[in-house]
Design a protein around this ligand. Structure first.
Ligand SMILES: [Zn+2]
Length: 330
């Protein structure tokens, strides 16, 4: 899709934020398509940002596949990862807010972490997965802060997001004992002045109502401490959380509207708190309804038969994929 040249350029800046942890599926395609159409309608700029922070799950081949499959669908962007394309009319030559790969943007996240830490918004958390399970008495739920946050990198959501948005409420163990927190539990390298060794959690204002108007789904209301608890902003393995990286990047890249799956509504409430703590202006929000399979389950990257890759190979056209006319068997 090329921009409508009859419209004047606008300040609208949207983004596509795939996570290269698997092949994109039909749900991603439709959310990205919506993002693309809204940018075109606004005569705005669309940014491609590769959310490849998780070193264990991100793979270059999936990043390549995402860019390739989205282009095949007819989705184009004006700024994106620099693939050293000699063609300067190509979106693959970067842009004014480069780099567009999260794995190359650690300085932005450290800066945000530092501001939050100095502002008193964070506390270090040493709870292990076992500790949390015991405290929550909910052994059936996956609550490892590391893996929970890692699964947040699948935006725009359409599956695989439930562990992120439905992350159990943090029981407050380390928040309460903060004054007695041992700063160097295992290693002399542990330092309260930089992230590492601990999970760092955002101290949510318990009881505060977070409200926003979603441009697609209407008024939204969440209660901090009830709908979500103190959430991780930096993992002990050195990786910033989805929430922190997303806010830092959307602000730095001057994104004016975020289009993503409705499974991230609760994350939007969390991120609004981060925007406020960082004295940043949040973008507008447009959350898309999710695509379900024939049994009503949300699609996830494990639905290999519905990956864009597989559908292409089976001969489906972009029009069929985007029209919703496909059978949803898995
Ligand atoms: Zn803790």
């Amino acid at each position: 899709m090329s921009r409508n040249s009859s419209l004047p350029p606008s300040d609208y800046r949207g983004r596509l934020a795939p996570s290269p942890t698997g092949y994109l599926h039909i749900g991603h395609a439709r959310t990205f398509w919506t993002a693309c159409q809204r940018a075109i309608a606004a005569a705005g700029t669309l940014v491609m940002r590769m959310e490849d922070l998780d070193p264990d799950r991100s793979r270059a081949e999936y990043a390549d596949a995402a860019l390739n499959d989205l282009r095949w669908l007819g989705i184009h962007w004006q700024e994106g990862p620099d693939l050293s394309s000699p063609d300067l009319s190509s979106p693959d030559h970067g842009g004014p807010y480069a780099p567009y790969e999260q794995s190359r943007r650690m300085a932005f996240y450290l800066d945000a972490w530092s501001k939050l830490q100095k502002g008193g918004f964070l506390f270090p958390c040493r709870c292990s997965r076992k500790d949390l399970e015991a405290a929550l008495n909910a052994p059936h739920e996956s609550i490892s802060p590391g893996t929970v946050e890692a699964q947040g990198h699948n935006e725009p959501g359409n599956g695989e997001q439930e562990p992120l948005d439905d992350e159990p409420i943090y029981p407050g163990t380390c928040r309460r004992s903060e004054n007695n927190f041992p700063l160097s539990p295992n290693s002399p390298a542990c330092n309260i002045a930089e992230p590492g060794c601990f999970n760092w959690r955002f101290r949510v204002p318990a009881g505060e109502v977070i409200e926003f108007v979603d441009l697609n789904l209407g008024p939204q209301r969440f209660v901090a401490g009830t709908d979500f608890g103190d959430f991780v902003v930096w993992r002990r393995d050195g990786v910033p959380s989805y929430q922190l990286a997303c806010v830092a990047d959307d602000a730095a890249m001057r994104i004016t509207e975020v289009v993503r799956g409705e499974d991230l509504l609760k994350s939007t409430a969390r991120q609004i708190l981060l925007y406020r703590a960082l004295s940043l202006t949040p973008p507008a929000w447009f959350h898309c309804r999710l695509v379900a399979d024939s049994s009503g389950r949300r699609l996830a990257k494990r639905h290999d038969a519905l990956s864009l890759r597989a559908l292409r190979l089976r001969g489906f056209t972009p029009e069929q994929i985007l029209s919703g006319a496909l059978p949803m068997e898995t």
